[in-house]
Design a binder for this molecule. Structure first.
Ligand code: 1Q0
Length: 211
């Protein structure tokens, strides 16, 4: 899988995510994450505790999408409506619906904020920027707030194993440094839009703190 990764595929998926009326298709959202996970797997086994968790969340959403109520899981908007209308979400503490689509997608949504910050910092980085520093800054400003100490520690250790900036640009498999920077410039507004639409929807429905 490692050779087939390309930043372009990630971009294509996030581009396909948005419907004409700005709903977010779950199918492409999870395909985007699958691409990112295959990329992360190519970085080595220190990252496997992260990719395992991501894969299990992708799988939960895929099972809903493929399941008998799959039509309700076409978009994030239809999922939120369906699960709330049918009381399929644990709102204050984990109970009879510990793996709702809403709470599962929220975890990936928070990770998307990390991705947005990290890619933005890669895009504007200079030769002597360190990927591990960019990655942990992005993490501290996003996901870390939702993680207990032990996970923050483990994440910190994993970040130190990230390849340097040059190698990173290389594995993104999108041409020269300049071409990667250009592509990131195109990808980021799309990722931000998907993020913001989901964030607003979750805020409106008071779902941002789902257990
Ligand atoms: C390449 C470096 C990757 C760094 C990823 C940063 C995220 C660190 C997260 C570490 C936590 C993972 C362990 C499990 C956490 C769960 O407890 C937590 C909450 O779930 P729950 O069910 O217990 O309530 N889960 C999460 O917060 C979800 C975390 C998902 C992380 C998905 C990361 C996928 C990363 C992809 C690599 C992208 C490479 C970037 C470069 C892209 C170039 C185009």
């Amino acid at each position: 899988m490692a050779d087939s990764f390309s930043l372009r595929n990630v971009l294509e998926n996030f581009k396909s995510c948005l419907s004409d009326n700005k709903e977010v298709y779950i199918k492409y959202y999870i395909s985007g994450w699958r691409e990112l996970v295959s990329f992360m797997n190519s970085l080595g086994s220190v990252f496997s505790f992260i990719s395992k968790d991501a894969v299990s969340k992708i799988q939960i959403l895929e099972n809903f999408l493929m399941g008998e109520n799959g039509t309700h899981y076409l978009t994030v908007q239809s999922m939120v409506k369906y699960e709330l209308d049918n009381e399929l979400v644990d709102l204050t503490k984990r109970g009879s619906h510990p793996e709702s689509g809403c709470r599962t997608l929220l975890r990936l949504h928070r990770a998307l904020r990390w991705l947005q910050l990290f890619l933005e910092s890669l895009r504007t980085s200079t030769e002597d920027s360190k990927t591990s520093v960019m990655c942990s800054e992005a993490y501290n400003a996003s996901l870390a707030q939702h993680h207990p100490w032990i996970i923050r520690k483990a994440a910190g250790v994993a970040f130190c194993a990230l390849p340097g900036r040059d190698a990173f640009f290389e594995v993104m498999n999108a041409g020269s440094h300049q071409e990667v920077v250009t592509l990131l410039g195109e990808a980021l507004p799309l990722i931000s839009e998907v993020y913001q639409i989901t964030e607003d929807l979750y805020a409106k429905n008071k779902l941002l703190d789902l257990p």
